[in-house]
Structures are given as structure tokens and as C-alpha cells.
Design a protein around this ligand. Sequence first.
Ligand code: FES
Length: 706
Amino acid sequence: MTTYRIDKHPILPISKKEQITFFWGDQKLAANKGEMIASALFANGVRIFGHHPKDGAPQGIFCANGQCSQCLVIANDVPVKSCMTEVLPGMRVEPIDELPRLPQVDNLPNMHAIDTIKVDVLILGGGPAGMSAAGELGRRGVDVLLIDDKDRLGGKLVLQTHRFFGSFEAVHAGTRGIDIASILSGEITGLPSVKIWTNSTALAVFSDKKVGVLRCGDEYVLIEPQILLVATGAREKSLVFKGNTLPGVYGAGAFQTLVNRDLVRAAERLFIIGGGNVGLIAGYHALQAGIEVVGLVEALPECGGYKVHRDKLARLGVPIYTSHTAISANGNDQVESVTIAKIDDKFQPIPDTEKSFACDTILIAVGLDPVNEFTFKAREYGINVFDVGDAEEIAEASAAIFSGRIKGRMIARELQETNEEIPEEWSHTAQLLKSKPGKVGRENIPPWEEGVFPILHCSQEIPCNPCSAVCPKGLIKIDKTDIRQRPQFIDDPHQCLGCEQCVAICPGLAITLVDYRQDQEMPTVTIAYEFPLESLGVGKKVTVTDSVGEILGDVVVEDLRSIARNNHTVLVKVSAPKEYAKRIAGIRIQDPSICQPLPQIEERMEDDTIVCRCERVTAGEIRSLIRSGCRDMNEIKAVTRAGMGACGGKTCTPLVKRIFREEGVPLSEIKENVKRPLFVEVPLGVFAGTGSPGADLTGKEEAGDE
Ligand code: FES
């Protein structure tokens, strides 16, 4: 059977993993030891994980993060979320094609008492915010238990192969997300008062002020913290359009999980919905993994993500369709194409503007919702609770790192009853890092045609300063009190050393270095490049573009430099005519033919615009209830079952609210669903202690520690 593994990557190391075998139905398949079932299935080309018992619709993944329950399969007789369950040697995995049958139980399960563990601080989530907070607390000797549902710390950082924006001094800007994850986890590993439980999931917050945690998948414990810090991050929003639950339509974060964490070649041809940072970055990551990116639609007239991310994608050859939306995902059992259309200023499709593109995957990247149910329940039950990172407010990971430090320090002050200062400038920095992309100005191309100097193609105000921080002569200036200001190169082409450090570190790959010293007619231009080098070579021709992706011409590669200090960023030196040398900003890697629309428009006839994935409830059903006067989400749930499924309404609740808004009903008129304490589904037996009887809680830290 063909395998869908990534065997080369410009940033991620490809190491040989120990192989195991498991069964998918009757088929014996290979898997990497330690990977999740969903990843192992994708790596074997299996993208349909079953068919919904209600209408037989094919099912695949959506979030790959344990949030949506789309990926249920039967593993060794038990229904499990395949994206969160490790595949084991000899495991029998089967699709769910009907309601799962209860497994045969021969003996009474071995039940035992549930332990309660008291801690000063329980942190839910080992992403950037949780780890930073744990560091602040641990360095002050506060007793902390940090839990995370993955097998390693880092949260979404472990999916990010690109360099981060933000402040070089405060949050490791200019360093790749995967490396920041290692730095932060290294800072807390070994702190004596910080215990770390990976593979452990917070399930519920109870009225007796305890938090139910499933440790290592089978051992249920109650944690009684003095303070709860919720750093659970965010979940991806879904979107309603025809065919929106076909296997092959899933979240951009899920795609990054498969591609960057598990090195699975999850797609051949990709289309992206949403021009925020998540969608733009996912497109970049796809190209790095050798996956074709056919296009990206954004409903607004401009992409909402950083312009440097948008431009980077356009330079590589990905068309970006603003003021467009996806009309349908097409295909019988899985995605075969997408149809898009231009929209008017009321976001309605404009007739006769439809286009269809062949693709096997459609990524939804239309924003994130905070995972905040633990915070609200804890507040309701009077637990002393703080929230931080995306669980508090959706922002960049760099902001989460910094906010984590502040919250950690605040909690330490409260517990230790000290007056330790939280530096005043910290809250200023936190606000800067959270700020949305600002004004776009004209690209600053200097008039000189002599000497050597960088060209700063970054034309938008965003919080970012690594270029300024690494310039050995301090020639790139950014206002230190407001790093959102655009960088300025000092007004002199003769002071620059030509060291190229600014080119190599720029997270937006938005700096080039132009050197006229050897040849004033054909200066050299140094371009940062983060792709496999096969198509490049000294003496070969490459197509270069300006900062927004317009082709300037074909030029010859003079030199390629890949030095360890640059951490996989290759510096490509080309010689180019002086007429456009200063406008060069990137190298096109994708052939325009990849992005051509199909000759005919694909139309989807079925009315399968799904709002509740778990119970297969359509937008039409919800809309007709709202039109009949229903304003209570509980009634909608009772009548349609929307929100009653396995995910507990995590995916559909925002979509139902959106339909209310579309129908002109203000949210103030809506009665919210009643939320129960349990937020993550588990077999009932875990509450009776049926897993790991008599497990030694105190002895397990090492096993779970990073
Ligand atoms: S895809 Fe597994 S829970 Fe969402």
C-alpha cells in the first residue's frame, strides 16, 4: 500500500521511527510507534473513518485536537477519538458505520476509590501561556501541577515551523515555534515544585471545587487546587456551506498537526478558506511539505492576517481570492473539488462568478474560539480561577507567552502574599503583542544604486523587531517603546556590512539585501528561502517576484548559503538587472498551471449544509425553528438534537448563534444552552476508577514529564 509520509522537509528532521502493525478492518497496516490512530490511517491513505448512523454520510476528521468527535472509530471494541488515541501493536481498529455496540464484559470491572490530590495551582494546558506561567510560579517555589492532553508540551507551538513575530527580547521572536516550545518546556522541566502530567485531560469542574482529570487515558483523579489557571487555548471555528462535512474538509490546525507534528502527507492539492494568520501559515506549511496549494478565499476585501504572511504565500505562487467565499465542497465520499464565488458587500454570492478547482482537501481557517468552558464553570462554582492565552483572548502565541508570565507572577503574589512588583512595562508589552495588524504603508525602497543595504519589504505595522535586534551595527531602527512601528534602515548605503543577519531572521521573509559593490548594472540580491533545494542550484534560473507576488523575471542563482546559525533558512543570492533588483522580494515555487480553475463549474445538489456534525443537523432545520419564533438554544437542542452529540456542542454552538445573527435575532434575545460540568466525553467506567487500579500517583511524574 502506498504510504503518505513526508520524506523530506526543509525545516523538520525526518527520522526513522519504530514500526508497528495494526488492523483497519481486515487490512493489516503499518504505523509509527506512538502516533495517533488518525495519523496512522491518513499515512495509509485512509481518510474516511466511517459513515454516520443517521444518514450514512461519510465521516473524517475535523479538528485533530480532541474537540469535535468527528473522528470516532472503534479500537479494540471501544469507541475512541482516533486523533487522541495512540495506535497500539495489533490494535483492531474499525470504522463506525452504525451505532457502536457495547463491548462484552465478562467480569465485574475492577473498581477502586478515586484519589484526591491537593495542589496550590493546577494549570490546564501546556501551551505557550501555561508553560510560561508554570515557569514564573516554579521559579518562586509554588507547588504547581500542569496537565496537558498531548504526549509533549508546547500546544500549537509544536506545529509551527516558521519563525515567530513579536519582541526578540521578550518572547523569542525570530525563533521557530517548534524551537520556542523546546525552550519553554526546558525552562520548567526540572523545577522541583512543578509537576507535569502529559497525556492527561481535564474532564470536568465540579461544585465541590475539584477538577476531574483523566491521567494517561485510564486513571481518573480529582485535583483540588487553591487556584486554577485555565490555559486551554482555542478551538477552530467551523463554517456552513454545502458539503462542509465531507471527509477532506477540516481545520487548518488539524492539517498542521498531521503535516508538521506527525509528518503525514495529508493532502496532494489543497484549497484554503480564510485569510487570517492561521490559513495563510497553513498554506505556507503545505508548500514546505511539497503539497500543492490551489488557492485561498477570504470573504473580506483584505486578508485579516499579517500582510507579510499573505505576501509570502502570493510570492510563492498561491492565488488569493479576496471578497470570495466557498459555495460547496464537491465529491461523493470525499472532497474532489471546491466551488467558490465572488460576494457582494452583504456577503452574498454574486451570480455567474463561480469557479471550481480540483482539490482533495479544503482547509477551514475562519478563526478560533477560546476553550473557556472550564473558566466559566469554575467561576460559577466559586473556584479561584485565572485564564490566560487564547483561553482568555485570541491572539498570537507570542502574546500568550508574555501573558503567561504576567498571570504566573500575579498568582504567585496572591499565594505567597508578597508585594513582588509586576514591572509596569509588562502590561504595555502584553498589549503590544496582542495588537491586531495595523496600517499598511508604501513599501520603502531606497533610491541608492551603490554600496550594500537591506530592503525592508514589510509595509504593515505589526509587533515585530528581530531585524533591528540582530543588526550588528544598529542600522535598522524600530521605536523601542512601540515595536509595531515599521523598521527603518539608516539613511546611508555605505555603513551596512552586508552580513545578511536581518535577511535570515525576518519571520515574514520580507527583507532582501541588495549589493552593488561588484556590479552596478547587475547587483546581487540575497533572498531568504525555506523550501527543499532540489529546484535551485548555482547557475540555474529562478523566477523572482515583487513583494506582492507579481513576476519580475527570471534570474540566475549565484550562490546558496545554508549555515547552521540560520537554522534552516537558506540564503539564495541571485544577480538581477538593476531595473528591478530592488523590487525582488521572493522566488516563485509553484507553477501557475496548478492553480487553474476547472473548465466547468461543479454544483452540489444535496442540501447538506451541516451545523451539528455529531447529530447531522442542517442549517435549514435550525433556520426554520428560528423563523418559527424559537429563541432558546435548549429547545433547538431538544427538537433537532443539535448540540446533543459526542462533542457536547463545542463545534455547533457558535454556528447556531451565527444563524440567529443572520436571521436578525440579537444574541441578547437568545437563551443559552445549560452547560453541565463534564466537558470531555469518556467511558463512564473511569468515574468508578476502573482504570489502573492502585496506581502510584506519586511515582508517575517522571514517566509523564517532558
Ligand atoms: S478530529 Fe478528532 S476530535 Fe476532532
